[in-house]
Design a protein around this ligand. Sequence first.
Ligand code: HPA
Length: 246
Amino acid sequence: MPSDAVIGGTGLESYPGLVVTGERRATTVFGEPSAPLVLGEIGGRSVAFLSRHGPDHGIAPHRINYRANIRALRDAGVQRIFAVAAVGGIAPELEPGAVVVPDQLIDYTVSRVNTFFDEGRVVHVDMTHPYTPSLRDRLLRAAEATGVAVHDGGVYGVTEGPRFETPAEIDRMERDGCAVVGMTAMPEAVLARELGMEYAACAVVSNAAAGRGPAEITMEDLYANLERGMREVRRILAAALSTGSN
Ligand code: HPA
């Protein structure tokens, strides 16, 4: 079984270029993950792919069973997760199409089960580095090796969704130091940490955050902007996976 996994989000519901070798229909004590785990190879390396919103994007961010997703990957032997996400750009330099490797998180979500340690045992997991530094480094080195421009670091603010934010909310997030806004990095990152898995992310800016760009955020614009960024992310991932040890 692969020790590396990719969780694909909006714009990466399936993985072009993944050489599929199998499928694992997992079920966990927390229920079913968003989709079967697709087993395959990227750049000759074995990897598990999980579509976060389901194969046809039917699961909204607040309805994702994050615990089942992370647990299913862990049960399959995965030790490292490369998360891919579409985000809105808050920092002015992060224009649509930009790729960011975030290094910090702020959790603004309100309704999610965000721990495996819900009862029985009290565990306070350390989140000083919410993204595993060594795995981030692997992404950054891979980006450099492939000549893909990425933004090293930035605070990913996680909102509840599924609606987009108001401009006032984005103003507040900017004051908090957020560079990008998305809806899925929490509780994904903390759940991976609780199970002792490494976790790092490539975030593709799909739109300017509310009040920072065109009058409205439309899904058409969002998907159009994602295409190039996701292609670049796949180049980074192929290189990052090939530097692994499995
Ligand atoms: N806000 C929240 N999540 C997002 C956005 C956004 O503007 N774009 C893509 N995911």
